[in-house]
Write a protein that binds this ligand. Sequence first.
Ligand code: ARG
Length: 578
Amino acid sequence: MACLFRRSIAAQLSRILGTSTEKLIPMVSAVPVSKKQQTLDFRVSVSSLLADGCLKFGSTVQSQARQLSAQLTCDDVVTEIAVGKGTINFKVNRSLLAEIVMQEISKKGSKYGIESELFQDYPCGRVIVEFSSPNIAKKFHAGHLRSTIIGNFIANLKQALGNDVIRINYLGDWGMQFGLLGAGFQLFGSEVKLKANPLQHLFEVYVEANKMAENDEDIQKAAQVFFKKLEGGDKHTLSLWKEFRSISIEEYEKIYQRLGVHFDEYSGESLYQEKAQEVLWLMDQKGLLKKTKQGTGVVDLSANDDLSVYAKMVRCDGTSLYLTRDVAAAVDRMKEYNFDQLIYVTDKQQCTHFQQLFEILKLMGYNWTERCQHVPFGLVKGMKTRKGDVVFLEDVLNEARLRMLQNMAASRTTKDLEDPEDTAEKVGVAALIIQDFKGPLLSDYDFDWDRVLQSQGDTGVFLQYTHARLCSLQRTCQNDVQVQFNPAYLQDPQAITLLQHLLRYDEVLYQVSEDLQPKHLVNYLIMLSRLASIAHRTLHVKGSLPKVATARFLLFKGTASVLANGMKLLGITPVEKM
Ligand code: ARG
């Protein structure tokens, strides 16, 4: 996109420095716009030239910047060269700026920013993203919601960049909780309630059974018996478990759909009971498994082979653990998919777990271990609904929709909506996502409905509102576009700033692709929306001369398109009216 600009600046530098243009291109970056003052368009930092060996260390950075800029000349593309703080700044031909940005956006559509020279060497491959992964019959907590939206974003991004992406949901669908659930269900379960409201009912039964088990040994025993039978493959027990599992998945799917999330595979811990035993056998063969006095099996992870750090792999009764099953699952995924990357998305409390998992895989001699990555995130405090604590994802979505619907009722455009509930849902989800993605993923945050749903400020509501406004402009002004686009009519400062910001989209995507932090994209889209609102207020389409109206109309159309692309990557469905 910015290719012509970056390339001509890089070519000029190449002539002076003797480094290839290709190598210099990524060092030319668009200058982030500032609301306070006009900026030049591109810059090259002297320290990055030095760091990359394109320039030899000499006098101070500042004087090197001065010397270098004195050797550069303006041409058809570059119209001004200035020395900044340790940088050389470039202004490009104003008419070309408007022409190229507008052309690229309309030509590339959803590929704008992705089909950029910055991604030339981006390695595409097969990427597995494992996310959401709730535990059947247990609470679907804020951590699962975060995993769901963050994982979905990573999967969207990887897919957009051209990878073959596989989305896996690794359910907590095994373990003693099923013993209790099964025993509890036999006592006070109801098939009718199970059909009517499966997640709710399973959770109630589980909570109730748990409570009883505290001072009732009979139910504890019954739970053990149930789980033993399950592990032993008893038909009746297994079929009840299967019913719990499949009915829960059906229910999850409905809710994931409301979030616009889908999975290619519903996996789960249950699939790795047997394979975990194979893993244990293999570890034993390799001499990695150490037996403790109590009879449990551990792997030594200490630096000095003194068992000062270890991971437990097998209980004294021979059953596997969460970690053992994860080893088996990773090995199995490699076999089945031959992945280039395997990404796990969970909260940071599981950092040690994944560190150990990767260390064990390495000890076992799997050379693909470095293809595995854990993306951790922080905790959310205080996510409550009016009814109380959040137990299910559905509660959060319903609350967001309800509150949004109430907020929207105050606005006059809501009356014209065909399906206000659907719009409220999409805006509500956007609000949840933006609130979550605003900061570094690792930070904890306090949840606050009022702040989440504000229509102004850094919120998803503001992004949706801006998108809807730009769409409405397109609907009402379609007929004003009669003439050819002429870049000469996009020279007002508000238009230039917007164009400069659009110019930077590929760099932002690049940054996100490097560290998988959605905040860069969120900040970019919020700024884009702010600039669009300012431009919208001053650069009128209706009532302007046809050639001016056309140019402005196309600028807003392009802005809406980039805004929508970015929102979709984040997992938001942009609304056209609200
Ligand atoms: N079910 C787990 C939980 O709720 C998350 C699973 C994460 N994935 C994994 N491969 N361990 O904590």
